[in-house]
Design a protein around this ligand. Structure first.
Ligand code: GDP
Ligand code: MG
Length: 163
């Protein structure tokens, strides 16, 4: 069975930034040697010798700045159908929004593993602020900074334990 990790979350939480970080070395290789046009929303990544495909689901449904409930639903359905592991990304600098709650409601219905990823924890002091995300009832909150890479190793260690 394919190892697929889908990143879901409302716009601007940092999904694409994490996607690019996780797939960056692979992209460089593909760009250098094949010249093949890549699908920006699916890329292969590797961690401790385990290969998996990462999906940046936001790109499927956000054609404009308008985000409808239906688009959120579709994004999460894609993840639930296609992924083996789901990363639910939220933003520590904004805290929980109505859209976050909407997505959390949908994700609570899947038996697949869901990881709550609190992004933009760029400084240690923000670690405490992410505690509010435990309210989703989706288990452990992983603090990461997709920009600096902080915390992404701990997250990936647990994610690839499913592969
Ligand atoms: P997406 O809409 O969920 O794909 O979010 P993007 O990846 O496009 O990021 C939205 C904005 O958040 C951009 O301005 C990013 O530079 C910023 N961003 C992403 N990750 C981080 C992070 O770890 N820390 C901070 N401070 N900003 C971030
Ligand atoms: Mg994006």
């Amino acid at each position: 069975m394919a190892n697929i990790v889908a990143i879901v979350g409302r716009p601007n939480v940092g999904k694409s930034t994490l996607f690019n970080r996780l797939t960056e070395s692979r992209k460089a290789i593909v760009d250098d040697f094949s010249g093949v046009t890549r699908d920006r929303h699916y890329e292969v990544a590797e961690w401790i010798g385990k290969k998996f495909t990462v999906i940046d689901t936001g790109g499927f449904v956000y054609g404009s700045d308008d985000v409808f409930e239906e688009a959120i639903r579709e994004q999460v359905h894609i993840a639930i159908e296609e992924a083996s592991v789901i990363l639910f990304m939220v933003d520590v600098t904004t805290g929980i929004t109505d859209l976050d709650d909407e997505i959390a409601d949908l994700l609570r219905r899947t038996p697949k593993p869901v990881y709550v990823v609190a992004n933009k924890v760029d400084h240690a002091k923000r670690t405490h602020e992410s505690a509010e995300f435990y309210a989703f009832g989706l288990g452990e909150v992983y603090n990461v900074s997709s920009i600096t890479g902080s915390g992404t190793g701990e997250l990936l260690d647990d994610v690839v334990s499913h592969f």
